[in-house]
Design a protein around this ligand. Structure first.
Ligand code: EPZ
Length: 418
């Protein structure tokens, strides 16, 4: 990715409203699911972000007829070239792993680079492989490539050893075209998984969630569908947290507040005044915020994808807060970067201790290590005295649609520079 930078002059008054885009982590499995059908599929509210564009390129590279305009995907994957190597680009994102299940189900062969994605620690895929092998797939690693083959997938009763979002999505897609019925136990509960189930059922699949068990009736083929991606709960949470730094009411529009209930509870406990009006979340300015202790958990617990953004906010609470990161084993890379701006964050293993209130000063050398870390640095820069340059800002454009434009509309002084 080219090395864009963000230049932010802090302490501008933030005011007004921001509209949430479609969920990246629902759009990515939705795109992979297109390989399951030779029908005509229209998906709207797809965020125009880098990871989505990489998945679209990959689908075109295997012969997919797919267009993407005004956040709408129109696709028809009548004949997929099998055995095609889904190029290096796909290997740069985690979602590449999502081609395994559907392409094994559709044409019995797939070759894809080992998944990349954010450097936030161990990104296992053993549960994906274990489940697919139980369904009758052979999985081989040759160099940096994963090669999957099968003479036909069979329905399975599989219990995930641990909660995995893309692992659950992969096996749901594989089981949709398997021979026989499947039950996936100890499945992840993230809303993006249910959005994928909704899309697949519209394509003719037969999938039902019963708590953390997912029941799938294998079909012989899937067809046409029209679907709208759910709003992005992590983008929602990011702008709600940004609203806590503002001097006036900030309105976050086109939300599904129930998807970030855990964050809203935590912010209310910290003393933030939050009102909900239909799909609008209104955050009122507050000067005094209290510190808090929390742990990241699988959904519906506090999401690891909002941990970095909340850490930035906790630097402005009066006292000592603590975050325990329980999902990934290296997801505090943003702490040092926030400390460069004036934060007081001490790390020990999976615990970050944040002491506030600290004054932030602009810094020209902060570095965006991963997607959500880059959002935390933007939040820190908004409240810093003077100019901040966020290096490696391309990370941000992997998952936030039009972030500079959305923040400028709220009054921030932010620009993309090379
Ligand atoms: C998804 O990643 C999201 N990405 C991540 O969002 C999110 O942080 C993560 O779920 C957790 O909520 C997408 O949906 C594209 P996992 P995923 O499999 O599926 C271990 C963002 O910022 N594990 O639920 O890769 C794994 O190592 C990104 O948008 C295994 O050990 O996460 C991790 O510690 C970052 N073996 C934990 O489970 C496996 O086979 C959770 O991983 C699978 C997972």
């Amino acid at each position: 990715m080219d090395n864009k930078k963000l230049k932010i002059i802090g302490k501008n008054r933030l005011d007004g409203s921001v509209t949430i885009s479609g969920a990246k982590n629902a759009a990515l499995p939705g795109l992979a699911a297109l390989t399951l059908s030779s029908g005509k599929i229209k998906i709207s509210n797809v965020p125009n972000v880098n990871d989505v564009r990489i998945m679209i390129d990959a689908l075109q590279s295997i012969g997919g007829d797919i267009s993407f305009d005004n956040n709408i995907i129109n696709a028809e994957l009548k004949n997929i070239k099998s055995g095609v190597f889904l190029g290096d680009n796909v290997g740069s994102i985690r979602a590449s792993i999502l081609f395994l299940g559907p392409m094994l189900a559709r044409n019995g062969y797939v070759r894809v680079s080992q998944p990349g994605g954010c450097p936030i620690g161990h990104r296992g895929v053993d549960f994906h492989f274990e489940g697919l092998k139980k369904m009758g797939a052979q999985i081989e690693i040759i160099g940096n490539d994963i090669i999957g083959k099968t003479n036909g997938l069979i329905g399975v009763d599989y219990t995930f050893p641990g909660k995995t979002v893309t692992g659950t999505e992969n096996l749901i897609m594989a089981a949709s075209l398997a021979n026989g019925d499947s039950i996936l136990r100890n499945s992840a509960l993230e809303p993006e998984i249910d959005d994928l189930i909704d899309l697949l059922n519209k394509m003719g699949a037969k999938i039902r969630r019963d708590g953390d068990n997912i029941l799938i009736k294998g079909k012989t083929s899937l067809g046409d569908a029209v679907h709208e991606i759910i709003p992005d709960r992590i983008e929602m949470g990011t702008y709600v947290i940004a609203g806590c730094f503002a001097d006036n009411n900030i309105i976050v529009k086109n939300t599904r507040p129930e998807l970030i209930e855990n964050l809203l509870d935590i912010l209310r406990k910290m003393g933030v005044k939050i009102n909900i009006k239909n799909s609008d979340i209104i955050i009122s300015p507050n000067k005094q915020m209290s510190p808090i202790k929390l742990e990241t958990m699988p959904y519906p617990g506090f999401p690891t994808d909002l941990q970095a953004q909340l850490m930035a906010l906790l630097t402005q609470t009066d006292g000592v807060s603590q975050i325990k990161e329980s999902i990934f084993n290296n997801r505090f890379n943003h702490a040092n970067e926030l400390n460069k701006m004036g934060a007081n964050i001490v790390l020990s293993k999976d615990i970050a201790q944040i002491t506030g209130v600290t004054q932030f000063k602009g810094n020209k050398t902060v570095y965006a290590t991963d997607l959500r870390a880059s959002a935390a640095l933007v939040l820190g820069a908004l409240i810093a005295d003077g100019q901040t340059i966020i290096n490696n800002a391309s990370q941000l454009f992997r998952g936030y649609e039009n972030l500079p434009q959305k923040l400028s509309k709220l009054g921030a002084d932010i620009a993309v520079i090379n």
